[in-house]
Design a protein around this ligand. Structure first.
Ligand SMILES: [Zn+2]
Length: 409
């Protein structure tokens, strides 16, 4: 059932209006009054402020529906830009998006393991400068940067606690150091959470949808957006579906638990199993020194092209992911679930088919509604795009995103 905001002009009203224009625009002031339950003067005030702030613009088109012609409102896509950097196993992906979530710049660089914390900061700062300068963006038009990677994250302190390959930098105050270095607000957040916000924002999803994102990269995570806001939990580490036990007393996981879903279904596990299958890695061209991400792409491609052994591994993973999707869907009573992350970049169609089948047949609320399952249109970049969306949401629709504010000078 749809949840409704309070009709009072509270602090969330601006975010509510931005969300409606974002998801339903072009839309008129009269339609906003009807949709929000706010009064006409309140809507007029909020819209005037949004136009003054360049967040919203009038299209110039008017629609006459029997009475007075109505001026239509849309999000001003080029009023501000967000930057997201995804930290991968050996790469950094930097994406710049406009306020509607459209990607206007992207750069992928290799990132060899850093020897000192300063090297990590220098690499990230250089990439940010390279991309924003290359696009000719005015510094004041960039609302912030989000650096996203695998959790757990300490969002409040701007730290990754166990970034694979960078575990030794768990006490590096990345957010604070980069903010001081770059002069823009910098958030540090979980890749799956960012991807959820990015998919929600970029797809112009209505805040009335209960929206979930299942994210697969080196691990498996998820994010859920409720009433337009990411559900964060006590420490911003909600949604760790990859660390739900699927095998009681199974293998020990890096998280400390045993038998976690990602130990059996995530790319690194499948690559290990492919390597352990006599002759398979050689036949597919997976080299001993290949990073798991490249090796997984090779395996997934072979599955798509009909290699029986590769297909069996991906099918097994898809069945396990379908278990995870069922758990998510039943916990949250989802309207929509999007699959995102590099793990779905090649064989996403196999995963989406299995998950759709499972939810259609077994989801708890299937007698009441279907759960729409979609593949991200850009699974590889979804977390970086989501990072940009996080800072934009916090800037143009404050009230349900993380607040971003200019660093103290
Ligand atoms: Zn675990």
């Amino acid at each position: 059932m749809a949840r409704r905001e309070s009709a009072a002009a509270g602090p969330g009203s601006r975010a509510l209006v931005v969300d409606l224009i974002r998801s339903a625009g072009p839309i008129s002031r009269v339609e906003l009054v009807k949709a929000t339950g706010l009064t006409q003067p309140t809507i007029s005030n909020i819209v005037r402020r949004l136009i003054d702030d360049d967040v919203v613009r009038e299209t110039g088109a008017t629609v006459a529906t029997g009475g007075k012609p109505r001026t239509m409102l849309v999000i001003n896509s080029r009023s501000a830009y967000g930057v997201g950097i995804r930290v991968g196993a050996d790469t950094l992906t930097c994406v710049v998006t406009d306020t509607r979530g459209g990607t206007i710049g992207r750069e992928l660089v290799s990132a060899p393991p850093a020897e000192k914390p300063e090297d990590v900061v220098a690499q990230l700062a250089a990439l940010y400068r390279d991309v924003t300068h290359g696009l000719g963006l005015l510094p004041q038009s960039v609302v912030g940067l989000a650096v996203v990677g695998p959790g757990p994250v300490d969002v409040a302190r701007g730290r990754f606690l166990a970034l694979p390959g960078l575990e030794q930098w768990a006490d590096l105050d990345l957010g604070q150091t980069l903010t001081a270095e770059l002069g823009v607000p910098v958030l540090v957040d979980c890749d799956a959470a960012a991807a959820a916000v990015g998919e929600f924002w970029g797809r112009q999803v209505s805040r009335e949808r209960t929206f979930g994102c299942l994210y697969m990269n080196s691990g498996i995570g998820s994010g859920v957006v409720l009433d337009g806001a990411l559900h964060r939990g006590a420490s911003s580490n909600a949604g760790e579906i990859g660390h739900v036990s699927v095998v009681r007393d199974g293998a020990r996981c890096r998280c400390g638990n045993r038998g976690c879903l990602e130990l059996y279904a995530a790319p690194a596990a499948l690559v290990s199993r492919a390597r352990a299958t006599p002759g398979l890695a050689d036949r597919l061209g997976i080299r001993p020194d290949d990073q798991y991400a490249r090796a997984f792409d090779v395996l997934a491609r072979a599955a798509i092209y009909g290699d029986g052994q590769a297909r069996a591994l991906i099918d097994e993973s898809a069945l396990l992911l379908a278990d995870g999707a069922m758990t998510l869907s039943n916990l949250w009573d989802l309207d929509t679930l999007v699959l995102a992350g590099p793990g779905f970049a090649v064989a996403g169609s196999l995963y989406v088919t299995e998950i759709r089948r499972r939810l259609a047949g077994r989801a708890f609320s299937r007698g009441l509604h279907t759960v729409q399952v979609d593949l991200s249109s850009n699974p590889r970049d979804s977390a970086a795009i989501g990072g940009a969306a996080l800072v934009l949401q916090g800037s143009v629709a404050p009230g349900h995103g993380p607040q971003v504010s200019a660093p103290q000078s």
